[in-house]
Design a protein around this ligand. Structure first.
Ligand SMILES: NC(=O)c1ccc[n+]([C@@H]2O[C@H](COP(=O)([O-])OP(=O)(O)OC[C@H]3O[C@@H](n4cnc5c(N)ncnc54)[C@H](O)[C@@H]3O)[C@@H](O)[C@H]2O)c1
Length: 327
């Protein structure tokens, strides 16, 4: 019997998965996390290219989504004009093993990572939040800003990148596409001042701001770092915050932002208040006061890829997007 698989390249993925749909799929995914099988991802580090390849499978029983993603992170690619994050996602039919779709993993990753921040921000940021501060103006930053603007009435974004040209281009593009005021700032302190929501989406291996300057009531999404020896958020911020994570197991294995303060004796594992799934399902409280500093740390889960890929596939099939191939 002929098996037809759908190919969704980066443009087809973007068309098939508007941010509101992605947020809805990822929120459902976190609500269904107890029906999911998400094995530890397998990293292969290739020192000679300063690269890591991650192999990430997941099955989400609640929506019958089965994927495997291979994704690479090459921080040096940026200087060559190439994307830092690239990959491929295979979506299978769990009932008979057939291949349903092959999706561009770079765009799917950016959209689902933005959507995950959207879900966390929906539950953890103050309802009256209007000002966003962004660290890093690369590929992830775009979908981060887009997602936050979907769940809160963002009027102004202040952005900072060690690469000033990247920050300038980002501000022009995002203010045009989202119709909000996006301002480039010259220092981390200017980003923190008056920000209701912060996003760190950098390739930095060391903290990108000083925690003593974080104002009460701020919500922070830390999405950039994902190895035990690298972090974007300092010990002071983590210590002062109510800490929610995408996955305790994954963050205690991979998130330097949490592993380093534990190693210093500043916090223990019990400082993690909840997984995002527990907050979404109502098992654990999100923000408990307007003055609280909340931190959401994400290292990225294949669960997010599974639900996002399935939603993109369904929409693409409905709208006739992508290219069908015999497989
Ligand atoms: N949590 C997740 O699920 C997830 C998903 C995808 C990517 N990531 C990670 O997010 C990070 C960013 O990815 P990307 O695709 O946007 O990379 P990118 O290379 O496109 O952009 C990163 C930007 O960060 C800037 N930067 C570096 N250090 C900085 C600092 N100290 N202050 C401000 N800006 C700084 C760089 O100049 C660059 O513009 C990577 O580490 C990637 O592995 C995480």
């Amino acid at each position: 019997m002929v098996c037809m698989a759908l190919i969704l390249d980066k443009n087809a993925v973007r068309e098939s998965l508007p941010m509101k749909e992605a947020i809805s799929a990822v929120e459902d995914g976190f609500r269904l996390i107890k029906t999911a099988v998400v094995p530890q991802r397998l990293p292969i580090k290739i020192e000679r290219y300063n690269a890591v390849f991650l192999y990430m499978p997941a099955y989400v029983g609640g929506v019958d989504a089965l994927v495997v993603k291979e994704v690479s992170v090459h921080p040096d690619n940026l200087q060559k004009g190439l994307p830092t994050v690239r990959g491929t996602v295979l979506l299978n039919n769990p009932s008979d093993g057939s291949l349903l779709a092959i999706l561009d993993g770079g765009s799917l990753t950016a959209i689902r990572t933005g959507a995950t921040t959207g879900v966390a921000t929906k539950y953890l940021a103050r309802r009256d939040a209007t000002n966003l501060g962004m660290f890093g103006c690369g590929a992830q930053a775009k979908t981060q800003l887009e997602a936050v603007a979907c769940v809160r009435g963002i009027r102004r974004a202040k952005v900072y990148d060690i690469n000033h040209a990247a920050a300038r281009d980002f501000a022009v593009e995002m203010s045009r596409s989202l119709g909000i005021d996006v301002q480039v700032k010259e220092s981390p302190e200017e980003i923190l001042k008056g920000a209701d929501i912060i996003v760190t989406a950098t390739t930095s291996r060391t903290p990108v701001f000083n925690g003593s300057s974080v104002e009460p009531g701020t919500h922070i999404n830390g999405i950039g770092s994902h190895t035990p020896d690298a972090r974007e958020i300092d010990t002071d911020t983590i210590k002062r915050s109510r800490l929610i994570v995408d996955s305790r197991d994954a963050c205690l294995r991979e998130a330097g932002d949490i592993i380093i303060p534990i190693g210093e004796g500043a916090i223990t594992e019990r400082h993690i208040k909840a997984d995002l799934g527990e907050v979404v399902s109502g098992e654990c409280e999100g923000r408990t006061s307007d003055e609280e500093i909340t931190v959401f740390k994400s290292v990225g889960l294949a669960l997010e890829d599974a639900v996002a890929a399935l939603r993109a596939y369904k929409i693409a099939m409905e709208k006739g997007l992508g290219k069908k191939i015999e497989f």
